[in-house]
Design a protein around this ligand. Structure first.
Ligand SMILES: [Ca+2]
Ligand SMILES: [Ca+2]
Length: 122
């Protein structure tokens, strides 16, 4: 088993752009030792607001060297469009770290309209 700390950086755009979301966000991790299940990123707070960094801890099988992540939301609640800056992941047991840049919308009314993206590590 391993503990993965996941920092999700929502974009710091103009407040009028509505970068934040209240939709439910899901992530799947892929490493050279396999992939995770699709996991809901949730904690007690109001997550994924403009300019915020939300931190989650996931207890998973050791996935090895992470290669990519798939991230999506369910488009629920008003103004669900979300501008994801990047996702940072750290394996707290091995101290390995990975960054997955996005710098795009996951929004049906922005960019290409997709609300799911696969992010390769930087
Ligand atoms: Ca929110
Ligand atoms: Ca929004």
């Amino acid at each position: 088993m391993a503990i993965y700390r996941i920092n999700v950086h929502t974009g710091n755009l103009s407040p009028l752009a509505g970068a934040g979301t209240d939709a439910n966000v899901y992530i799947t991790l892929y490493g050279d030792k396999g992939g995770s299940d699709e996991l809901n990123l949730d904690n007690a707070g109001n997550n994924f607001e403009q300019g915020a960094v939300d931190t989650f801890a996931l207890h998973l099988a050791d996935l090895g060297d992470l290669q990519r992540v798939r991230v999506r939301h369910d488009n629920k609640f008003p103004f669900p469009g979300w501008y994801l800056d990047r996702i940072f992941i750290r394996n707290e047991d091995t101290n390995q770290e990975w960054t997955f840049p996005c710098n795009r919308w996951l929004a049906q009314d922005e960019d290409d309209g997709e609300i799911e993206r696969v992010l390769d590590r930087a």
